[in-house]
Design a protein around this ligand. Structure first.
Ligand SMILES: NC(=O)c1ccc[n+]([C@@H]2O[C@H](COP(=O)([O-])OP(=O)(O)OC[C@H]3O[C@@H](n4cnc5c(N)ncnc54)[C@H](OP(=O)(O)O)[C@@H]3O)[C@@H](O)[C@H]2O)c1
Length: 290
């Protein structure tokens, strides 16, 4: 029998793959604009929760475009980033508390400022972008609810090709294949995460009574330029990769944390394995080939 789960964000880059992989085990009651529920509408959310028998909520919906979120900053609480990421999460948390449902909230490495060598779950967030700030306030809504919760921080998710929204791997592949200039940041460290591994972890979180914060991230932190070299080699492409520093590359764009190595020891202790980028990318290539 499939277990009912209220889910948001199921049409997105991460959610659509999670649904594909877990739909035999869980029945996802999808709350999205497409299914007629705007999470910024507290009454609509409360009604959907009242009607549901699910005991658990997987909350992935967010405004995720970092630059578009930055543009919302001057609008403050009236802007989309705040409305979806903070108010939307508050609506979910409050409806969940009233109906006795546990919330699993998907968050981001962007809650950190990127000044530390490596981050674990005990490190204090200090977001430097409006996106990161609103996601952090979303975390705060969840953790201060007084209810049992999970905050799952993911980082640079990549997956099999998804036509609706490209992950960073397919954006780079697309540019390499079109012969565009490829710039590789030499001083940006990140921790890419294979979405199929996120799905395996979520299955465990949906099935077990765990609580607290977890970093569900890949097992390899690397520079962007090194990731580009791996992609180029695995896909056997001949693109030229031009080294560039972050101060030059992100000149006109939202400020980003630049050293985002996250440690995943806590989930490894649960027996979960997260692939390093150089192995995850091989799986993606295999999944992409017909
Ligand atoms: N992508 C990344 O690089 C990344 C990195 C770290 C963490 N994360 C986190 O992972 C989660 C999933 O990210 P993603 O990249 O998969 O997202 P995405 O592709 O941008 O999709 C966003 C999802 O949010 C839903 N949504 C947006 N506004 C909504 C609203 N007002 N009411 C209801 N649903 C709404 C959308 O559904 P409809 O449009 O169908 O309504 C869609 O399913 C997010 O919480 C994000 O913060 C993402």
């Amino acid at each position: 029998m499939t277990i009912p789960v209220i889910a948001t964000g199921m049409s997105g880059l991460v959610g659509s793959r999670v649904r594909e992989l877990l739909q035999d085990k869980f029945y996802f009651e999808d709350l999205s604009l497409t299914t007629g529920i705007d999470i910024t509408d507290a009454d609509a959310v409360a009604k959907a929760f009242d009607l549901s028998d699910a005991k658990i909520v997987l909350h992935m919906a967010a405004k995720t475009d970092v630059d578009a979120c930055e543009d919302d900053k001057y609008l403050g609480k009236e802007g989309g980033a705040w409305l979806v990421n903070v108010q939307g999460t508050k609506n979910i948390v409050s409806a969940a508390a009233k109906t006795g449902k546990k919330v699993i909230y998907i968050s981001t490495d962007f809650v950190f400022d990127g000044t530390k060598e490596i981050y674990n779950e005990k490190d204090k967030p200090n977001p430097v972008s409006w996106y990161g700030y609103t996601k952090f306030l979303g975390e705060d809504e969840v953790s201060s609810s007084g209810e049992i919760f999970n905050i799952i921080r993911i980082s640079y998710p990549y997956r099999s090709k998804f036509e609706e929204k490209m992950d960073f791997v397919h954006r780079i592949l697309d540019n390499m294949k079109k012969g565009k200039r490829i710039y590789g940041l030499t001083d940006h460290i990140f921790t890419p995460t294979f979405v199929d591994d996120i799905a395996v972890c979520l299955e465990l979180f949906l099935n077990r009574d765990l609580s607290g914060i977890y970093h569900v991230v890949g097992s390899q932190a690397l520079s962007t330029i090194d990731a580009l070299k791996i992609i180029k080699e695995v896909y056997n492409l001949s693109a030229e990769i031009i080294p560039v520093e972050r101060s030059e590359f992100f000149k006109q764009r939202a400020f980003r944390p630049f050293k985002l190595a996250l440690n995943n020891d806590k989930i490894q202790k649960l027996g979960l394995t997260m692939l390093p980028f150089d192995r995850g990318i091989l799986k993606v290539k295999k999944q992409d080939s017909p």
